[in-house]
Every structure is written in C-alpha cells, then in structure tokens.
Design a binder for this molecule. Structure first.
Ligand SMILES: Nc1ncnc2c1ncn2[C@@H]1O[C@H](COP(=O)(O)OP(=O)(O)OP(=O)(O)O)[C@@H](O)[C@H]1O
Ligand SMILES: [Mg+2]
Length: 265
C-alpha cells in the first residue's frame, strides 16, 4: 500500500482538484484507492466529485453509524472518506477520536492499494501530523512568489519539527513546462542551502480554465475533458508516481500510518 498526502503552504493552489483527478487515474490503472478528505477547504472532495455524504464523523463518534456508512464509493475503485461536515474537521480531532477512527480504518487495510490524504494548507498541528504520518508528501505550489515562499515554509517545518526528509513537488497552474522547472529549481536551491531535505520533481499541471469549470459543474476534469492539456498533465503525474512507487521498497500500511499519526506532535 502506498500512502500519499497532498499539502501546500498557501491555500487555494489546487490540491483538492488535483487529488480527485489523480484518484480517478489511479483507479483507471486498476489501483484500489481510498481518498481521505482531511480538509475543509474552499471546495471539498464531495463537492468536486459530485456526491453528498450521508453520515458524518460526529455520528461515528457518537456510535450512531459505522465506518462503512461514512465511506462513499464515489467512482469504481475510488472510495472516499468525506470531510466531517460542519461539526468537526478531521484535522481537529482529539487523540481518542483519532484512535477510534484508526481502529475502524485498520480493518480496511487489505482493501486498498493507494491511500490519498488531502491535508489542507498551512502549518496547523494536525495538517503537519497527517503529512508526517503519510511519509510520501506531495507539496503543491504555483509559480506565485507567495505560494513558493509558503511551500518552502511548510517543507521547513515538516523537516525540522517532524523529521520528513523527502518531498515531491507538484507545480500547478503554469503556462509552460519551463516555468514549472524554474519553480522547482528555485525551491530546491533555497532548500539545499538551508535545509537537509530531498525534493523530487513530481511534475506540473498547466493552467487551464476548464479545471475551475469542472469544479463548478461538480465533475472531474478527467471525465469531462480527458484530452485537455491539464488532464494529460495529471495523468502523466500519476504514471510517474506509480513508476517511483514500484522502485521504492518502503511499503507502509494503514496501521503504520495511524500509529505515526498518533505519535507525531
Ligand atoms: N491547473 C489549474 N488551472 C486553472 N485553475 C485551477 C487549476 N488548478 C486549480 N485551479 C482552480 O483553483 C481553485 C482552487 O482549487 P482547489 O480548491 O483545488 O485548491 P485547494 O488547494 O484544494 O484549496 P484549499 O486550500 O482551499 O483546500 C479552484 O477554482 C480550481 O478550479
Ligand atoms: Mg482543498
């Protein structure tokens, strides 16, 4: 099982749009995906994938529903654990609740090949913990200077306070591949000077107004316009992640993930 988290320094850079479409492509490549929406951002996974969660985490903790009632089979091979609506965000859970969720999810360990965690932006305690636990951290930045500075800040905190030493950078909303490479080079130059980390280049996604239109229509870009340039970028990204993953001998499982999550400060 491979566990990836997606995060960013600045909000609104495209994490949720990317992760939902990536989940779809993983699934089309016959990977069984669990997508955990640990963030309440501008638009949640349920909105982007066009479904309405029927139960909430609050009901799970109250013992009114079971985990199976929360999980939504959003697409073939894509199961979503939706963000806790209203009452409580997953990134604000107490340790006891986290443990309860962990125990319930542990039973699903054999059911998934890929776990994707949308952790949200910034350096809040639980956002950092989710990323530290995942092990494979995808950092999204756009070419905007503020986005790059904030991506750097996230990498810095994760490496210095949480021991994460390896990152994969996705550069979103670029006009050219060259522009993405410049962003990558800039970030790695600064990181090489001041931090003890390895940042891999995961790929880029072109700026494309169709991404926003898809969100408004509550459909996925890969379904609406599979031939669009941004869709092709996302597919290439996933193909490369799978190639890396095959070469990577470290295989996490759900239990490790949750244990690390509880341990992480
Ligand atoms: N490649 C792209 N081209 C054009 N627009 C994009 C692209 N990627 C994302 N967007 C748009 O940017 C906006 C923010 O995207 P999204 O909600 O996915 O970001 P986010 O990082 O998850 O935000 P938050 O931090 O609030 O969770 C959306 O309107 C989305 O359609
Ligand atoms: Mg989001």
């Amino acid at each position: 099982m491979q566990i990836f988290s997606i995060t960013s320094g600045k909000g609104g850079v495209g994490k949720t749009s990317l992760i939902c479409n990536m989940a779809l492509h993983f699934a089309r490549l016959e990977r069984r995906v669990l997508l955990i929406d640990a963030d309440m951002g501008l638009a949640n996974v349920d909105i982007m994938m066009g479904f309405k969660p029927e139960a909430t985490l609050a009901e799970l903790f109250a013992g009114e529903v079971e985990l199976a009632d929360l999980l939504v089979e959003a697409r073939p091979n894509v199961t979503v654990l939706p963000a806790a609506s209203g009452v409580q965000e997953m990134t604000h859970l107490e340790d006891g609740q986290m443990l309860q969720l962990m125990t319930a999810l542990d039973a699903l360990d054999a059911d998934f090949d890929i776990v994707l965690v949308d952790t949200g932006a910034g350096i809040g305690r639980n956002v950092l913990r989710f990323n530290a636990a995942a092990g494979r951290v995808l950092v999204v930045s756009t070419p905007e200077p503020t986005s790059m500075t904030d991506a750097y800040a996230t990498i810095k905190v994760l490496s210095t306070s949480h021991g994460v030493k390896r990152f994969k950078l996705i550069v979103n909303q670029v006009d050219t591949r060259k522009q993405a490479l410049r962003v990558y080079r800039h970030l790695t130059n600064v990181a090489d000077q001041y931090l003890d980390v390895a940042i891999d280049y995961a790929g880029f996604v072109l700026r494309d107004p169709e991404v926003s239109k898809s969100v408004i229509e509550r459909k996925l870009l890969l379904e609406r316009l599979p031939e669009s340039p941004a869709a092709k970028c996302i597919e290439a990204l996933v193909d490369d992640l799978l190639k890396d993953a095959d070469e990577d001998e470290v295989h996490g499982n759900m239990q490790f993930f949750w244990k690390r999550l509880l341990k992480a400060e």
